[in-house]
Design a protein around this ligand. Structure first.
Ligand code: IFM
Length: 441
């Protein structure tokens, strides 16, 4: 549901976006390619109890062989942009071995997108690590950023014919939290200290990648996808709720992006100076899904003594994934605008198997994007997560984020009705009066 004032003004009239706006979807290599046998996630999936219902990525969406089938669908759905990632462990399956055929396949995929009128945004690290890298200590080692830089030096020059829009890393804080604090992702560590070490090293890796890309492609636009989540105090009048919500906000939303903007990471008790990371953002990538209400709770030290839950009575997406809160996208765009850079919404979506909420979700969230743009916030594109149902990490196949439904066992695809709603938006670069009337109140 969008803000009343906004609807009053625009009910029945069209909401028009710039013609050059990028309309697309986002995916990541491990979640869609299949048979990524050389990375830490593949190994993790084989361990009992790690993934809901014992699911495995397996063939995933079979993109390594047949990505073009879904690229055709994206083109037919009028999308002009796609964010995808390259899998380090395919390109460097062993420490001293580089796989030229894998690079060729990525060139073919990017060329395939371009030929369909779809502009790629390429992510270089989206949660997975080569097994050889993970086994020697992963991002905790002092040479991790350097090893990542070697990979970037290999892959970027090979792809610059087709891409000039780059995300170095995806959701680094969320990744560090899940991998090193809650321990539900590989390497399954539970130590905030070790998590900060890995995160700091990843910031070094981001900074190195930023420089390498600009050396080989001076006009490139380079950023990373920052996970933004809203944390609102459950009781606005409670100083403790406010304090805890503010701490969570600072850690989740600001730690890495401030590091990339200023070269300083300030998440108490850690203060890290990394001058080489300062000014390494050409755009801000916004991944936005949900917000939490936060109450002070002494039992949750790992969450800065906060207990998090959806606002009572608010709509929640499948599997308790989170509150559906479109206005939050407007609020995070205002936060992102502080950095004075163009903004891409690099992910936004929800798990919704029966698709009863996704059409309204898309229309409501885009209305909030438009609202921010009316205030001069420079949003350049929107990548819906996701094009097709895919392997949702520790939640396995249980959450369905796709505009296109997938049965992973048979690889059968079925268009959800939200795909058609989004296709109309992409085609017209507008929300038309019919959809505003139908999907918003
Ligand atoms: O599937 C993930 C993606 O890999 C990173 N951002 C959130 C998505 C949905 O949970």
């Amino acid at each position: 549901m969008i803000a009343f004032g906004l609807m009053q003004t625009h009910r029945m009239s069209e909401i028009r976006f710039p013609r050059a706006f990028r309309w697309g979807t986002a995916t990541s290599a491990h979640q869609v390619e299949g048979n990524n046998t050389h990375n830490d996630w593949w190994a993790w999936e084989q361990q009992p109890g790690r993934i809901v219902a014992g699911d495995r990525s397996g063939l995933a969406c079979d993109w390594w062989v047949h990505a073009e089938r879904d690229f055709d669908a994206a083109r037919d759905l009028h999308q002009n942009a796609h964010r995808l990632s390259v899998e380090w462990s395919r390109i460097q399956p062993e420490t001293g071995r580089w796989d030229g055929d894998a690079i060729d396949r990525y060139r073919e995929m990017l060329r395939g997108l371009r030929e369909r009128g779809i502009e790629p945004m390429v992510t270089l690290h989206h949660f997975t690590n080569p097994l050889w890298f993970a086994e020697r200590g992963g991002w905790e080692r002092d040479d991790a950023a350097g090893l990542f830089a070697r990979f970037v030096e290999r892959v970027v020059p090979a792809l610059i014919d087709f891409a000039d829009l780059w995300c170095t890393v995806n959701e680094p804080v969320g990744w560090a939290f899940s991998a090193y604090v809650s321990g539900v992702w590989p390497p399954g560590v539970r130590s905030a200290r070790r998590g900060m070490k890995a995160l700091t090293q990843m910031l070094r890796g981001h900074a190195a990648a930023y420089r390498i890309i600009h050396q080989v492609q001076p006009d490139a636009q380079v950023g990373f996808a920052n996970y933004f989540r809203l944390f609102d105090p459950a009781q606005a009048a409670s100083p403790l709720d406010r304090l805890v919500a503010a701490q969570q906000h600072r850690f989740v939303n600001m730690t890495f992006i401030d590091g990339a903007a200023t070269g300083r990471v300030r998440t108490l008790p850690w203060v890290v100076n990394l001058p080489e990371a300062a000014r390494t953002l050409d755009f801000v990538g916004v991944n936005y899904y949900t917000r939490d209400m936060v109450s002070f709770d002494l039992r949750n030290p790992k969450q800065f003594f906060g207990r998090n839950y959806p606002a009572p009575g608010a709509p929640v997406s499948d599997g308790g994934y989170g509150e559906i809160y479109p206005e939050g996208l407007y609020r995070v765009l205002r936060l992102a605008a502080q950095y004075g850079k163009p903004i891409f919404i690099t992910e936004n979506g929800l798990p919704d198997d029966d698709d009863d909420r996704r059409p309204a979700f898309i229309v409501d969230h885009l209305s909030q994007v438009w609202r921010a743009m009316q205030e001069g916030i420079p949003v350049r594109g929107y990548y819906h997560w996701s094009l097709v149902d895919n392997f949702e990490w520790a939640r396995g196949w249980s959450l369905k984020f796709g505009l296109i439904a997938l049965d992973p066992a048979t690889q059968t695809r079925t268009l959800r009705s939200s795909a058609s709603v989004y296709a109309e938006i992409c085609r017209d670069s507008a929300l038309n009066p019919r959809m505003l009337e139908r999907f918003t109140r």
